[in-house]
Design a protein around this ligand. Structure first.
Ligand SMILES: Nc1ncnc2c1ncn2[C@@H]1O[C@H](COP(=O)(O)OP(=O)(O)OP(=O)(O)O)[C@@H](O)[C@H]1O
Length: 315
């Protein structure tokens, strides 16, 4: 097994006592790809990221990182940078001092020169707080400093655990832009997130884990299709008339009036053709359609369906 892939995992299994944190996991990531890992709590995301960072080795299966088979000893594979849980930082040092210290500790790659450090801080938008002690940093600022430390090693594979967790919208936008640029330059990025909207904004491909098993792996577009028929909320100028019309459209299921159809909205479910037909008939009946969209976004619905986390009754 030797390839140009950034990550190639086959039947990777890792257990902690009785718990199978990863159960026969396959993963493929190519250079320039931003690959998201998502799954409910305890699904195995952090365990998998830890394997990529060389913090643990699989019990079974084959793992190749940047063309090199991961062996049986713990070591960060060359060209890989990132962090799991939270970046390891020195709270009593400033942001700048942290980056210098981390570069010196690593010994290889960057030297921690002022130019390098300032460049990394600028990339993640921390220039203004470069001289502040990390002790006072918010979660989001620590995440960004961890990213800056990783960037200084000029990685070919970047591994990030919840990199936009705790970031405000502007900081999130900043990090998205940094990651997109790195991917354009050919860096492979594997990141975890609990939020499907963040993954959709950042990733071309996603792997969904559920209790250690891969339940989906593929493009974000393909995942959206997995959601199947969704409940849609329809807001119109004439709610009563709209309900009467909808009840006459073949293959459209109309949910009974209730909390989910609050604000005079109808909740309907059906295939694309049936929902298209509904809009045509509403307009023909003189009912103006003001809003028409899925109650739960398609990616989230697919996630809930695939991980069995949905406790919602079908409309
Ligand atoms: N060091 C450990 N010792 C014992 N069990 C562990 C250890 N690390 C992880 N586990 C177990 O392995 C499983 C996977 O955990 P992991 O942290 O990889 O999941 P996760 O998807 O990252 O979860 P979360 O979203 O909550 O961070 C869980 O059942 C967890 O309790």
């Amino acid at each position: 097994m030797q390839s140009s892939a950034a990550v190639r995992a086959r039947s990777v299994t890792t257990s902690f006592g009785e718990v199978r944190a990863l159960d026969s996991v396959d993963l493929d990531v190519v250079p320039g790809e931003v690959h998201g890992l998502v799954g409910p709590n305890g699904a195995g995301k952090t365990t998998l990221l830890g394997l990529l960072l060389g913090l643990a080795v699989p019990d079974e299966g084959e793992l190749e990182v940047l063309g090199t088979r991961v062996g049986r000893t713990l070591a960060v594979p060359a060209g890989v940078a990132g962090f799991v849980d939270a970046p390891g930082l020195y709270p009593t040092l400033t942001a700048r001092q942290n980056l210098v210290a981390l570069a010196r500790l690593r010994g290889s790659g960057g030297t921690g020169s002022a130019r390098e450090v300032d460049g990394a801080l600028e990339q993640v938008g921390l220039t203004d707080v470069a001289g502040d002690r990390v002790r006072g940093f918010s979660l989001g600022m620590r995440q960004r400093l961890g990213l800056a430390a990783a960037l200084m090693t000029r990685p070919r594979l970047l591994v990030l655990d919840e990199p936009v967790n705790g970031l405000d919208p502007s900081a999130k936008h900043h990090v998205h832009a940094v990651l997109a640029r790195l991917a354009d330059e050919g860096v492979a990025i594997v990141l975890s997130s609990h939020r499907m909207d963040d993954l959709a904004a950042l990733c071309s491909d996603v792997t969904i884990l559920s209790t250690g098993r891969v339940v989906f792996s593929g493009s974000v577009d393909k995942l959206a299709v997995e959601s199947g028929e969704l409940d849609h909320r329809v807001l119109t100028s004439h709610p009563e008339r709209a309900r009467q019309v909808a009840e006459q459209v073949p293959d459209v299921h109309v949910a009974p009036a209730g909390p989910r159809s609050a604000g005079d909205a109808l909740v309907v479910r059906g295939g694309v053709a049936a929902l298209d037909q509904l809009v045509v008939r509403l307009v023909a009946a003189g009912v103006l359609v003001r809003e028409f969209g899925p109650v739960v976004p398609p990616l989230e619905a697919a996630f809930l369906a695939l991980t069995g986390s949905s406790d919602e009754e079908p409309g």
